[in-house]
Design a protein around this ligand. Sequence first.
Ligand SMILES: C[S@@+](CC[C@H](N)C(=O)[O-])C[C@H]1O[C@@H](n2cnc3c(N)ncnc32)[C@H](O)[C@@H]1O
Length: 263
Amino acid sequence: MTETFQLNRQQAQAYDDLFVPALFGQWAPQLVDCARVREGQSVLDVACGTGVVARAARDVVEAGRVVGVDLNPAMLEVALAARPDLEWVQGDAEDLPFADAEFDVALCQSALFFFAHPGRALSEMARVIVPGGVVALQTYAPLAEQPAYGPFVELVARHAGPEARDLLGTYWSQGDVHGLRALTSAAGLSLLELRSSLGVAVFPSAAAVADTELRATPIAEQITPENYSRIVADTEDLLGGYADESGAVRLPMRATFVAAFKR
Ligand SMILES: C[S@@+](CC[C@H](N)C(=O)[O-])C[C@H]1O[C@@H](n2cnc3c(N)ncnc32)[C@H](O)[C@@H]1O
């Protein structure tokens, strides 16, 4: 596995308190809708993190079974504390600890790009759903289709070198629709829907965008303090226009959804 998003308990709580409202929360109802989840169904949320998709699925299935599975115990602790009424299981998306055909629907949000073998995870999701069941994924469109992040990554690459494109590239690496079609069909799934949705990522300021992104990667440690300050200043110029009256910046962010059913 490459970067897998492994956080401790405090970071997992911060993820749920800050990043779920600022970014991840908005996609969950769209993913549930794209998968056509219905009342009474059993739903698996793969790489569930703190469980935002499982919670959204629960609102629809009501009494149906909802299970979240994630590699990271700290994420699962936060999920359990928030929603003890749902099932939380530690496990690897590439080797799911569930029987064949145990669920009607398998969902996966903002995680495909962390898996070493996305195709294996897709096959596992297909294995654990019933024939006629649905697998649905949410990921992000490639950088070329990202109106704010595309220019931001180019800005960082100008200052920090071209390898910054790879270091900042994880989130955009699985959003190509041809690649997603090929992944689902290789897992024996038939396409139901491909959906593109323009959402928003909220940060306290443009400087916070640069700070968050640089510190989430080794770039912050590789560059000089002067270079770091130049990136922050240029980011304020580049993204300052997205600020609202409070100074918070609201960056457009394009997500891709794919839903497919098991033949
Ligand atoms: C960006 S978070 C997304 C969490 C959640 N789906 C959401 O939308 O808030 C990525 C999650 O993928 C999990 N993850 C990464 N690799 C995994 C794997 N191989 N199996 C299961 N979970 C994995 C991480 O632990 C983390 O919780």
